[in-house]
Write a protein that binds this ligand. Structure first.
Ligand SMILES: *Cc1c(COP(=O)(O)O)cnc(C)c1O
Length: 427
């Protein structure tokens, strides 16, 4: 039998990795001793592609040389800049290029989407979210309900895990939709849950929700660049995601939206409009009647921050170089399975993994609970961090680690488990 838990075996797996060269496309943070950090935090902030500086510098130079004329000159004129990102963004989520647009920030986009897709009335005014949604999503939903004059106590439906369980069951979500769907205006759930790493069955939820007349949208913060999706085919109404987690576009970089083409001509949807959503052929006539673009671009309000979009272009080109999301996902499944196997083999009873096991229900992230008697998660986290591992701790007691296929290696997975094992033995 091969000894999985050996540096040699991990190095062998690295050798066989068809996209191992992609690690060289990234800046890997260093430890004080000069070694690479074991960076397992790409679910929170992805690392910087080396080409990002080049793409940003190009736009800075354009601005130096051309001033306002940069809107129309150069290889990537600023005026249509967001259009250069549509094809690759669309591939990431399984959309048509006309269905995606890079704009704003994630939470802002959730609000803009809810303006269009949450139009409650006295009979149908509930929003179904998860009980432990990311706080920003919870606040956004609560404030939208208040804004429309309804009471969050009544109109906010929270999907809960069963007693003693950590993750949601699709069947329970479908049951809520079956029982209360007639009162639900909007279902807003994550594609990948930020705390547990669970992947929800977006297709089944969309189908069940729409059969009951609900609108269905997803927050893909932890899904974009991580798992394979088919938003168009699944008929999802809308989605929003940020670009700084698995998409490596830098802290606070511009987010993205998906709006299904079914809605591009729907005049009954409310929309908060701005000039960048106006038909581009006549945008600069500066007239006062709003003619929306016939695409997701209609939801843009402002001209976008080009420097941030340049970082997104660098990131999308990096994904493309690796062979696209299919190639990333293929490695991700193997890499995460390897890390999981090591944890289960070496640390049984000491570390629990709350992330579901099947690749259908999980992505790159593993959420770990320290079970060893008399040891608390935070102190183990502090110990492994002091030894060069970057991951994060989320209250109440989860250590999140994500092996990102673009830049993490099987050797990283090995070192992580070895250091975790040592740290547990020390306390
Ligand atoms: C990361 C994340 C956010 C962050 O929102 P910003 O608007 O980008 O600050 C929101 N929701 C979820 C689910 C996230 O994972």
């Amino acid at each position: 039998m091969n000894n999985l838990f050996s540096l040699k075996y991990a190095q062998e797996l690295d050798k066989q990795d068809p996209i191992k060269h992609m690690r060289d496309e990234f800046h890997i943070p260093k430890q004080e001793n000069g070694d690479d950090e074991i960076y397992l935090c790409g679910n929170s902030l992805g690392l910087q592609p080396k080409r990002t500086a080049e793409y940003l510098n190009y736009e800075l130079k354009q601005w130096q040389k051309l001033g306002v004329k940069g809107h129309f000159s150069g290889d990537y004129p600023w005026m249509p800049y967001h259009e250069f990102l549509a094809d690759e963004s669309a591939k990431l989520v399984g959309a048509l290029p006309s269905e995606v647009v890079c704009m704003n920030s994630l939470t802002a986009n959730l609000h803009f989407m809810m303006v269009s897709f949450y139009q409650p009335d006295t009979k149908r005014n509930k929003i179904l979210i998860e009980d432990h949604a990311f706080p920003s999503d919870h606040y956004a939903v609560e404030s939208q309900i208040n804004f429309h004059g309804f009471d969050p106590q009544e109109s906010m439906l929270l999907a809960k895990t069963r007693d003693g369980e950590e993750t949601l069951r699709t069947e329970d979500i479908l049951q809520i939709i079956k029982n209360q769907g007639d009162e639900i205006a909007l279902i807003l759930l994550p594609g990948v849950q930020y705390y547990t790493g669970e992947v929800l069955d977006m297709q089944a939820i969309t189908k069940a929700g729409q059969a009951k007349g609900c609108k269905v949208g997803f927050d893909l913060a932890h899904a974009a660049g991580n798992i394979i999706m088919k938003l168009h085919d699944w008929n999802v109404d809308f989605a929003a995601w940020c670009s700084y987690k698995y998409l490596n576009s830098g802290p606070g970089s511009v987010a993205s939206c998906f709006v299904h083409e079914n809605h591009h001509n729907n005049k009954n949807l409310h929309r908060f409009s701005g000039w960048w959503g106006h038909d581009k052929e006549t945008r600069f006539k500066m007239e006062n009647s709003f003619i929306p673009m016939q695409s997701a671009e209609a939801w843009q309000v402002s001209n976008p921050p080009i420097l941030s979009l340049a970082a997104i272009r660098a990131s999308l080109d990096t994904v493309k170089q690796a062979g696209g999301i299919a190639a990333l996902r293929k490695k991700s499944i193997q890499l995460t399975a390897y890390m999981r196997e090591l944890l289960e083999q070496e640390l049984p009873g000491q570390i629990g993994i709350i992330t579901p096991q099947s690749p259908q229900n999980s992505g790159a992230q593993l959420s770990l609970i320290v079970k060893a008697k008399g040891v608390d998660g935070q102190s183990i986290f502090d110990r492994i961090e002091a030894r060069g591992i970057t991951c994060d701790f989320r209250h109440p007691n989860v250590i999140r680690v994500a092996a990102v296929p673009l830049y993490n290696s099987y050797t990283d997975a090995y070192h992580f488990v070895a250091i975790l094992k040592d740290s547990l033995n020390e306390v």
